[in-house]
Design a protein around this ligand. Structure first.
Ligand SMILES: Nc1nc2c(ncn2[C@@H]2O[C@H](COP(=O)(O)OP(=O)(O)OP(=O)(O)O)[C@@H](O)[C@H]2O)c(=O)[nH]1
Length: 219
């Protein structure tokens, strides 16, 4: 992130702007695209169209009066776990959602595989895994042998997830809350990390945007 100065009401205030790359991964049809569409466009469709390769969406968050966050969401097709492109897609990501479908137990079983793929291919500058949150999606539907809350808590702890949320892209349950939780954790990591080295492009992009926007007094 970079900081910039802008004039607000005659006083000089500090303005921070971030660009965060966040991955959304999980098995085919668990609802990754739907969660992103709900979060970014407040839309939902029953119609299923498989993502091919990767898709992108951008959510701009006015985090607080001095902080603007651009969340770049990478919607990675479920079938990509079997290809060899995930290393490329994961590059420079700073956070991730791993999604499963509560109506299909097999998608929960694949969560560990996705998490392992993630942790083996992308790391923070200090070598730690990037923060990740588990989403138990389609909670508006009947669950198939869904684990108890206590079991989910211990699963997350063991697998290295920061936490988990039951979500419904359809009924708009916990989507904003899960995103808020992940961003908070990314921001927390950000404070202590000299990540200019590993995320040079991101910082460069930020500087350009801040330079462009500070002329119009963005914050
Ligand atoms: N009932 C219900 N259906 C959902 C929910 N989220 C997604 N769906 C449906 O599940 C199907 C698959 O959703 P997608 O968002 O395309 O799934 P995906 O994970 O992006 O799939 P891939 O691109 O193949 O990896 C669609 O028919 C959606 O309408 C939900 O929260 N509740």
């Amino acid at each position: 992130a970079v900081t910039g100065l802008s004039m607000a009401g005659g006083s000089v205030s500090e303005c921070r702007e971030y660009l965060f790359k966040v991955l959304v991964i999980g098995e085919l049809g668990v609802g990754k695209t739907s969660i992103i569409k709900r979060y970014v466009h407040q839309l939902f469709s029953q119609h299923y169209r498989a993502t091919i390769g990767v898709d992108f969406a951008l959510k701009v968050i006015n985090w607080d009066s001095k902080t603007l966050i651009r969340l770049q969401l990478w919607d990675i097709a479920g079938q990509e776990r079997f290809g060899n492109m995930t290393r490329v897609y994961y590059k420079e990501a700073v956070g991730a959602f791993v999604v499963f479908d509560v109506t299909r137990g097999s998608t929960f079983e694949a969560v560990s595989k996705w998490k392992h793929d993630l942790d083996s291919k992308v790391k923070l500058a200090n070598g730690n895994p990037i923060p990740s949150v588990l989403l138990a999606n389609k909670c508006d539907q009947k669950k198939e042998s869904f684990n108890s809350k206590a079991l989910m808590d211990s699963f997350c702890k063991e697998a290295g997830f920061l936490g988990w949320f039951e979500t419904s892209a359809k009924d708009n349950i916990n989507v904003d809350e899960a995103a808020h939780f992940l961003v908070e954790s990314i921001l927390g990591n950000d404070k202590g990390l000299p990540y200019e080295e590993s995320n040079g492009d991101r910082v460069k992009l930020d500087q350009e945007t801040v330079a462009a926007e500070s002329k119009s007094g963005c914050c």
